[in-house]
Design a protein around this ligand. Sequence first.
Ligand SMILES: CC(C)(COP(=O)(O)OP(=O)(O)OC[C@H]1O[C@@H](n2cnc3c(N)ncnc32)[C@H](O)[C@@H]1OP(=O)(O)O)[C@@H](O)C(=O)NCCC(=O)NCCS
Length: 166
Amino acid sequence: MSPESFRPPASVCRLRPARPEDRDRFWEWRNDPDVRRYSFHPEPISLSIHERWFTQSLRSPHRQLYVIEVDSAPAGSLRFDAKGEGEAEISIVIASGFRGMGVGAAVLKQAQKLAATLGYKRLFARVKVENIPSRRAFEKAGFQLIDQDHVACLYEAELTGVCPAG
Ligand SMILES: CC(C)(COP(=O)(O)OP(=O)(O)OC[C@H]1O[C@@H](n2cnc3c(N)ncnc32)[C@H](O)[C@@H]1OP(=O)(O)O)[C@@H](O)C(=O)NCCC(=O)NCCS
């Protein structure tokens, strides 16, 4: 099905906590050429470095990793990194075959409710200026642009008032 003919409603996008057996798909997603290109650290990630990162990430109380599922198929990853009191940085990767279909924007909306259930009061994201799909996805999900320089845009979502249900 082509991206043009399939725009999933938010209801078919689901977030589930990452599990040890997701290790290799996270490695694949993290090394996707667009993901590296739009990362602030664009070097490829070796399997051994990834294994350590993934294992530590699943154990860490300061990081939450989720698999995005579209109709039960793994379609990307979402991550919260606790940064300050009640604050987390949010990162998203949509697998290449699922991009441009509205999944990113839908998941970033759901992520605000999820973050509120985790006790976060504010989310922020740093996005490269030239990463137009990502900027559009954050904006469509209601994030506000609060700062920008020639490298990055800083987006935030205040979660006070976000209903954690659902
Ligand atoms: C950025 C990303 C998360 C966006 O998710 P997505 O599911 O592809 O985005 P959506 O389909 O929800 O589209 C969001 C907006 O971006 C636009 N868009 C999508 N792909 C685009 C492209 N290649 N060029 C320009 N705009 C694009 C969409 O048209 C939409 O805007 P619109 O509704 O005004 O038309 C996803 O493309 C991705 O994972 N990219 C690689 C990794 C990355 O950049 N992660 C973010 C790091 S901050």
